[in-house]
Design a protein around this ligand. Sequence first.
Ligand code: GDP
Ligand code: MN
Length: 349
Amino acid sequence: NSAPILESNGRYKVDQLKYPKYTGRKEKATFVTLARNDDLYSLLPAIKSVEDRFNHKFQYDWVFLNDEEFTDEFKRVTSSLVSGTTKYGLIPKEQWSFPPDIDQQRAAETRRQMKADKIIYGDSISYRFMCRYESGLFYRHPLMQEYEWYWRVEPDVKLYCDIDYDVFKFMRENNKKYGFTISIKEYEATIKSLWATTKQFIDQHPEYLAKNNMLDFISDDEGSSYNLCHFWSNFEIASLDLWRSPAYSAYFEHLDKAGGFFYERWGDAPVHSIAAALFLNRDEIHHFDSMGYFHPPFHACPVDDDVRLSHKCDCNPNQDFTWKGYSCTTKFYTVNGLTKPKNWQLHAE
Ligand code: GDP
Ligand code: MN
């Protein structure tokens, strides 16, 4: 832990750019990023932002997953930015391909039709593998087994505010299981039968519904239809045990058998969100309202000046998406009886 040595050319010795080691108690937690080798240079600013705003203080591990081997360049450069231990995992081929019972012609017909309808990623096979993997498989990777909590990070994201507390400890101590920053409505065309398939599952397994679930966040008619609200899963701070639970394991299997990841284009965001809303009690779901977050094209920027200034946020509150009409976060606050920040209405238009 000696101070870095500054040489006369104005550079530090590379191997000495380490932060003092964090010696407090850490949670069994890790960052997790699914990425291609090509994502490296759009991922770096995201990692740097998370490190600068949060992780250099706590030095949590970072797991990188890929359906191909990571290059040495990817490993060398990412590990230079992460203050914790970095780990690089290969996704087994059978988890990044079509399950054997998928009707290839039907899947191809869907992709053709969605392309004609100009649905985003509608004709992509790899995007579907990605959504299925993030929905039901990432937490089964051997590198994830030692952890209880994860924080998902994607290329091109940014944190806008300082986070001076251990978010994983916060989750555990406050009995939170799922945390989000942005919520939004899904494209209906990508999930046409997801709700019917979900209702089928609940009919078969009513015992998995949490007593104080949050059905009123995802349905405006007591469950008859899905209102398309979901947590934007490019950011997630959550319990891995939630996905490893009997309820979610059975739910994912039910969805996977129905084939909607390929016959439609079910996203991991609505899948995770519906599960969290139904299998968790509402107070186990947390909105991180003072982090500030960006994933193209939406910004979450605390609209309360006191919050923004005390957390050193570098975002423009006039760009905040949280309280806008297409966001579902206003509904989240309303159905849960939470107090919205002062001035939220000024940012609703
Ligand atoms: P979007 O946010 O929905 O537009 O989708 P992204 O392109 O950001 O993909 C979501 C996440 O999956 C990101 O972390 C990507 O790096 C990752 N990802 C997407 N497609 C692939 C792929 O084919 N292979 C790998 N290894 N990662 C992928
Ligand atoms: Mn993304």
